[in-house]
Design a protein around this ligand. Structure first.
Ligand SMILES: C[S@@+](CC[C@H](N)C(=O)[O-])C[C@H]1O[C@@H](n2cnc3c(N)ncnc32)[C@H](O)[C@@H]1O
Length: 344
């Protein structure tokens, strides 16, 4: 039997089971979706429940549910106690709905057909190049979403959910101007980041710029921020709002190949005064073999949008080609970093 020492325990590890377990990663993803779809974490929020109790509460099949939860418990999602009841773990708690750090909608998006079908196309993509999404759905993602309102909602729900933890981390770590200044969030989705920034920095005002659907469901309501922001619809390949002091591109450049990124950067540069800042918030890929969520996202971007995650050097090159100078890369407590640049 082929073995190798386990990275954490040093015990010999059966490589056959290990590799086959990895080969069946799609099952893990489906199990996670099952738990999210049936809102199992919401039902465990008040305390441990047996599979029978959970099945009665969710209208599911108890023996099947138990086996799926037992499988998830092997990866730290839920824990089965000796009495056969399941409990939340810190990771499983993120599957709850209606809590500020909920990843429920992010999991529903990432395990949707949108990502499942395109991931399954990976061998063909590597054979032929190109974007799996376009091959399978007949149009680029953001064009397709224009005529598919349900999928657009799923995407915007998912992005807002994935963004929530990142938004607070960025608002907390970046030294935004101490006196009145305007932050323009370009491709800002529903505005979770802008809301986090404006809440934490009462001296700032904001503009949320995106396509119509996310703007229609923006998250900037409420008296607290009244009069400090407005939304503007448009196409960032054509132009972006002028007059801001800090421009933000969060998880926007990773959706596009270099030539399209340069068009977006050009629009920003045209709207910006020399000396104003551009924050590119994306994964910054580290060298080496260490696991990094950006390396997973990179393959997803390849399949879904012809985009890519980038290294600091790649960002510096891209930015300097359009008149920006990268001044530093600020890590955040979340997976993306802030690539801080100045318009020259
Ligand atoms: C991956 S999402 C990121 C959203 C948000 N910044 C976040 O981090 O949650 C990319 C955003 O770019 C917007 N977008 C795509 N094409 C655009 C275009 N041509 N003009 C303006 N916004 C666009 C999408 O609507 C979407 O909200």
């Amino acid at each position: 039997m082929a073995t190798s020492p386990d990275r954490t325990t040093g015990e010999p590890r059966d490589l056959t089971a290990h590799l086959m377990d990895q080969a069946m990663g799609h099952l893990f993803s489906a199990a996670l979706r099952t738990a999210a779809q049936h809102r199992i974490a919401d039902h465990l929020a008040e305390g441990p429940r047996t599979a029978e109790q959970l099945a009665a509460a969710t209208g599911t099949h108890a023996p099947h549910l138990r086996r799926v939860l037992r499988y998830l418990a092997t990866r730290g999602i839920f824990r089965e106690d000796t009495a056969g009841a399941f409990q939340l773990t810190p990771t499983a708690a993120l599957l709850r709905t209606g809590v500020p750090d909920s990843l429920h909608d992010g999991v529903m998006m990432m395990t949707d057909d949108l990502f499942r079908r395109t991931s399954a196309d990976l061998p063909e993509a590597v054979q032929e190049g190109g974007t799996s999404f376009e091959r399978l759905y007949g149009a680029p993602l953001f064009t397709y979403l224009q005529s598919e309102p349900d999928t657009r909602r799923l995407f915007d729900d998912g992005m807002s959910s994935l963004s929530a933890a990142v938004d607070e981390a960025v608002a907390a770590v970046y030294p935004f101007p101490a006196t009145g200044a305007t932050v323009v969030d370009v491709g800002g989705g529903r505005g979770g980041l802008l809301r986090a920034v404006l809440r934490r920095h009462p001296q700032l005002t904001g503009v949320l710029f995106d396509q119509a659907p996310p703007l229609a469901h923006h998250l900037l309501d409420g008296d607290e921020l009244k009069g400090r922001w407005h939304v503007q619809e448009g196409d960032f390949f054509a132009s972006v709002p002028e007059g801001g002091d800090v421009y933000v591109l969060k998880q926007v450049l990773h959706d596009w190949p270099d030539e399209d990124c340069r068009r977006i950067l050009r629009s920003c540069h045209r709207a910006m005064a020399a000396g104003s800042r551009l924050l590119v918030i994306d994964s910054v890929l580290p060298p080496g073999n260490a696991p990094h969520f950006g390396k997973t996202l990179d393959v997803a971007m390849m399949a879904v949008v012809d985009g890519q995650e980038r290294t600091a050097e790649e960002f510096a090159t891209l930015l300097s080609a359009e008149g920006f100078r990268l001044t530093r890369v600020l890590p955040t407590s979340a997976f993306p970093s802030i690539v801080d640049a100045v318009a020259e």
